[in-house]
Design a protein around this ligand. Structure first.
Ligand SMILES: [Zn+2]
Ligand SMILES: [Zn+2]
Length: 171
């Protein structure tokens, strides 16, 4: 097995010598970002993970930790840049033969929390970023940010061809 490197790798030897005893740890680093640039973990904000790891008698390791970071994104309607803090609780099991989507890979003497942190962050981030639930968005006609000033495009958008119809007298 490849020796693990990366900011979220935690040495598990101490916990493995003291089975059943929660060992405190702290790691920090930036998350490599992949996926949707509309909403993603903020690569500029270091993620800090503080918690304990506990070795169980079956050889697996339980991690209970608090991970703090931030997400960045762009409002879907007005395209404003957004950034919000993220604070998630990790409660994860690491084992030699992990179950896909359930547990994570345990190395010989270490675990890498990066994937677990990313998975939990993604669950906690909004699917679609909005600066506010009632964001007015950008006017499709004139491009004005309607949160700043209401333009009058809607009022002026009537098609002049309909005016002729309005003038017809059907009686
Ligand atoms: Zn907005
Ligand atoms: Zn407009």
């Amino acid at each position: 097995m490849q020796p693990s490197v990366g900011p979220f790798v935690v040495d598990t030897r101490r916990a493995q010598r003291n089975v059943g005893h929660p060992e405190p740890f702290q790691v920090a680093g930036s998350l490599e970002v992949e996926g949707d640039p509309g909403v993603m973990p903020d690569p500029e904000t270091p993620v800090v993970v503080v918690g304990t790891l506990q070795s169980l008698s079956d050889g697996s390791i339980v991690v209970r930790a608090d991970a703090k970071g931030a997400w960045v994104g762009q409002c879907r309607r007005c395209l404003r840049q957004l950034s919000e803090p993220l604070d998630v609780q990790l409660n994860e099991v690491f084992e030699a033969e992990p179950e896909e989507g359930e547990t994570y890979q345990l190395g010989d003497h270490s675990i890498d929390l990066e994937q677990a942190v990313r998975d939990n962050f993604i669950l906690d981030m909004p699917l679609l970023a909005l600066c506010a639930q009632d964001c007015e968005g950008i006017c499709a006609v004139c491009g004005a940010d309607r949160n700043d000033a209401l333009c009058h495009c809607a009022a002026e958008q009537t098609d002049p061809r309909w005016d002729a119809l309005n003038d017809l007298d059907f009686s």
